[in-house]
Design a protein. Sequence first.
Length: 634
Amino acid sequence: MINLREVSLRRGTQCLLDHINLIFYPGRHIGLIGQNGCGKSSLFQLLLGKLQVDSGELSIPNNWRIAHMAQEVSASTRSAVDYVLDGDLRLREIQALIAKAEASGDHDALAHAYSDLDEVDGFNAHYRAEQLLHGLGFTQDQVNDSVNSFSGGWRIRLNLAQALMSPSDLMLLDEPTNHLDMDAIVWLEQWLKVYQGTLILISHDRDFLDNIADDIVHIEKQNAISYSGNYSDFERQRAARLAEQQSMFVKQQRRIEEIEQFVNRFKAKASKAKQAQSRIKELERMELIGPAHVDSPFHFRFREADKQSTPLINLSQASLGYKEAPILTNINVSVAPGARIGLLGPNGAGKSTLIKSLVGELDLLAGERICGEHLKIGYFAQHQLEALDVNASAMLHIQRLSPRATEQSIRAFLGGFNFQGDKALEPIMPFSGGEKARLALALVAWEKPNLLLLDEPTNHLDLEMHYALCEALQDYAGALIIISHDRYLLRNTVDEYWRVYGGEVVPFDGALEDYHQWIQKELQQTQAVKQKKIASSDNKKLDKKAQRQQKSQHRESLSVAKKQLKKLEHQMEKAKQEKEAVDAELSVEDIYQAENKVQLQNLLKTQANITAQMAKFEDQWVALNLDIETLEKE
């Protein structure tokens, strides 16, 4: 197990963890939550040995293998599947030994290496890596593409696949769902549910935590509190704890008030001075209970436009895509005021293409885009974080949109996004991804849109901001179209779904669970067709790579069989010598005297055992020779 005893951790002048005590038991799946910047990622770095405790003690079993999901991918020309296979260090080590043994012609070393390869399921490693890639949304055509050919989000998926490929006793996953679509998230949930090791994951996806976590560790105010159960269980337990804390706080405040009144009333009277001093000491000893600050630091809304148009926007006979390569064709959609639409579909199906075409960021390849007279779009996408002016403050970003707005009104507005005090005036260059996402959402909210187009708005946001965004969208009276992998957000903010799949955009009549069942069926059918084509091609002619693998496995089988035969013959010779020694002792006449009865019985028993063992060895020897003859003829 992992044990943290009185651990404190600082980053620069900031204390992140202050004398925390935690135990992570083997095989448990733990969700690690808390506001951005509270120390979750730093705790991961501590577990990985990249940071050291400032005080206290951290213990992790020395023999534990640790897998973790890196947040960045260096440029690489390696194929996606090779990059994933690199996660299994032992596999790569054995493969290097095989290559060395083949090059030197060392058959014994080769046989030993192939035996090791079989122990780590190495013959199926390439297949397992491809299955991981498929589960995370990569097509068969992409598994051999170079890492450099993928965008940042897809490279993070490769990091996740590499972590899953790595044999481990402890797995650390930091926001694994951020760059996944809903289908990949559900696949990942199923994979992690059967993971036998200890799993610690940072996530702001409450549905994901509900489906995976056995325990929740909540970091707040430099402390870490463990709760049993999933995220919903955590919410109930924390609410009960805070209610009890609040009750204790009220009682304590009442007692403090009583003591202070007594002291103020009687401290000047000699007859009561001793009692007054006693109560003063009681106050000094009293450990103050903090009030239960459960209110979120985020309080904002999307300001609404003064005018509406019906419809707000319309696409007619439209073809959407890039460089005259249509992704969606013959699209006919209309968005009315107050519509609340969630877009469903796997990554690459065209959801973001549809939103960019509605915004006007992408020109239509064919058809018409008709905008209402009073259409005002509020658009949020991840690439807009990169478009922010890192040398400007949050205040200046708003002032550029509305030069006549008062500083007080801007400050009040930004305060709802938790840009308080000097934070609103600081250049945003050092801001975290979550803080920049909040600012980008603030800019959208400030503009008073009557149509909100949101593409994965919850990436990088902590759970408190998730809730605040959900509440703001619930209160928003304008039209909404949203792409999100956050199932909680979708269920609580949209009224209808559009399915984007197979070049079409059509209404989807059903809930999220119905959609998942539908897409799984579609993908299985598509995969079955591909497998049929592959099988047909393989039946005609094995490719050269398959032939090489087949020959290599054949050589390995023959080498292993010969090695086993040699070992067996050594055992047979040893048994023969032992039997001869026993037979020699039994040939001595004295052994049959009455006083040697016990010794005689032991020798006869030993002789019978050796004879039986020799018969077994002979059967094995015959079977092995037959196998070797068969392999040599092939």
